[in-house]
Design a protein around this ligand. Structure first.
Ligand code: KIV
Length: 272
């Protein structure tokens, strides 16, 4: 099923800037396991983000806060096994990089060494610029993340749209600071679209939007949102399929056929 033309377009670190300049959109999708990663790679997804959204999408938590380094290492190894040639980004979980730069360097180093990820992502603006500089200086490519920061929801009191009023100037300044620190790309989450447009036009590095309009250099979505797995679809997402319904229907049919004695059938049996 793999389209050979897809691998010719494989994204490398140096391709991010080129894609921005050429205007060809970057497509990023979250992925948490080997089979889904393999399907995403075959579908031509440029970048697989092992997001800390794994906490909600896979682990049954109500936020990203409980997600640990061990969770992220486990899921990123799985994604790398499923998509050996894809550009994989390891999302640094809450409190893996905030306590000290030394701890952040060690954890980001583990992320690359133990999983084979190509880069790490971390949340924050000007306040994380010095850390981004240190990570990049140590040879760790960093994708930044501005706007709505899910790891800060408890501090700011919920999931809020960013970039209204004076907040716009702060976000533009944050974007310039993280670029100056050496980030190779930046996620813009749930930001007023005109602010995302302004940031995109001011930066040399690509912006990858989620809920931030069409003017970003690329888009990212959470895989379970676009597949229709789970009850809730956020405003910024679109269900491109109803995979949850298909799964439920298949599981029900399996149960019905076992009860009826029609499965396993003759062709599923091993006879002497
Ligand atoms: O964890 C995640 O899925 C993310 C995306 C929302 C960008 O950070």
């Amino acid at each position: 099923m793999k389209d050979e033309n897809m691998s010719k377009n494989k994204v490398t670190l140096s391709a991010f800037g080129k894609r921005k300049r050429s205007g060809e959109k970057l497509i990023m999708l979250t992925s948490y396991d080997a089979p889904t990663a393999a399907i995403a790679a075959a579908a031509g997804i440029d970048i697989l983000l092992v997001g800390d959204s794994v906490g909600m999408a896979q682990l049954g938590y109500s936020s990203t806060i409980p997600v640990t380094m061990e969770d992220m290492l486990h899921h990123t190894k799985s994604v790398r096994r499923g998509a050996p040639d894809s550009f994989v980004v390891f999302d640094m979980p809450f409190m893996s990089y905030q306590a000290s730069d030394e701890e952040a360097l060690r954890n980001a180093g583990r992320a690359l060494k133990e999983t084979g990820a190509d880069a790490v992502k971390l949340e924050g603006g000007a306040e994380v610029a010095p850390l981004i500089r240190k990570l990049v200086g140590a040879g760790i490519p960093v994708m930044a993340h501005l706007g709505l920061l899910p790891q800060h929801v408890q501090a700011v009191g919920g999931y809020k749209i960013t970039g209204r009023g004076d907040d716009a100037a702060r976000l533009v300044n944050d974007a310039l600071k993280i670029q100056d620190a050496g980030a190779f790309a930046v996620v813009l989450e749930c930001m007023i679209s005109d602010v995302a447009k302004e940031i995109t036009s001011k930066l040399d590095i690509p912006t990858i939007g989620i809920g931030s309009g069409t003017d970003c250099d690329g888009q990212v979505q959470v895989v379970t949102d676009i597949l229709g797995i789970g009850d809730f679809t956020p405003k910024h997402a679109k269900r491109f399929a109803n995979v949850g319904e298909i799964m439920q229907q298949a599981m029900k049919q399996y149960a019905d056929e076992v009860k009826a004695g029609t499965f396993p059938a003759k062709e599923n049996r091993f006879d002497a």
